[in-house]
Ligand binder design. Sequence first.
Ligand code: PGA
Length: 275
Amino acid sequence: MERREIEQLVRTHMKQKLEAEGKREYIIAANWKMNMSAKETRSFLKELSDTNIPEYLNIILFPPFPYLPAAQKMLRYEAVTYGAQDVAEKDKGAYTGEVSAAMLADCGCSYTLTGHSERRAYYGETSDIVARKASKALEYGIVPVICIGETLEERRSGAYKEVLKGQIDAAEKVCQEKLAQCIIAYEPVWAIGTGVIPTTKEIGETHRYIHDVLASYDKHAGPEFRILYGGSVNENNVRDIAPVPFVDGFLIGGASLKVESFKNIIKLLSLDGCL
Ligand code: PGA
């Protein structure tokens, strides 16, 4: 059996166990973007592997592509999983620079980000491209974390709900009933890397809205959608946001680059009564 299959079995078992105890899985995902060296990656992974992590926390690292084999080699799969920051929408062939879902599966990835706002803004990824990437990942047994979010203008003008719905609708059109297997990461563009963060009330309202949109596709009635919050999450605000309804975890950029601060976030979310 491959590592990825074992990892998925372990997570399914843990999820069932948690559900039986009336608890839920909570995701803490680290988006390293184009940061870290091989040496820094190894020492981060080593330190994280030695950390005590409660079983209801699902820690997912998203290192740059070249460091995926290090994650495959060094992580204890029952505690920390990992994935890629992007995936190709095609299976294989003459697509210079692209990395396919099959290749990610070979590297033991259980997850991949799709449609991060930086990819949408700098590399012209439309919601349709993002949807096709997510669908391709699913085809290879990889869970896509579909990133959505509005700009500051869209938030201020009140158009943000339509924007978010458009991004989710595009994914639903392609993934259909498999959308329930995806994770949604809500990341307001204006909160990414800025230190500016929505109020917990705004986060709560937006996550409820996203949940309602997901639940409105009647052919997927009943599934448990997972919605992460991302954008300027750090040690100082994580405890305030964690208990907000429909927040199933975090996607963390800057604060995930230093192992001390990432471990601190894990520690804060491990404290009794936090979630
Ligand atoms: P940030 O990034 O935590 O540095 O704001 C989050 C993200 O872009 O995923």
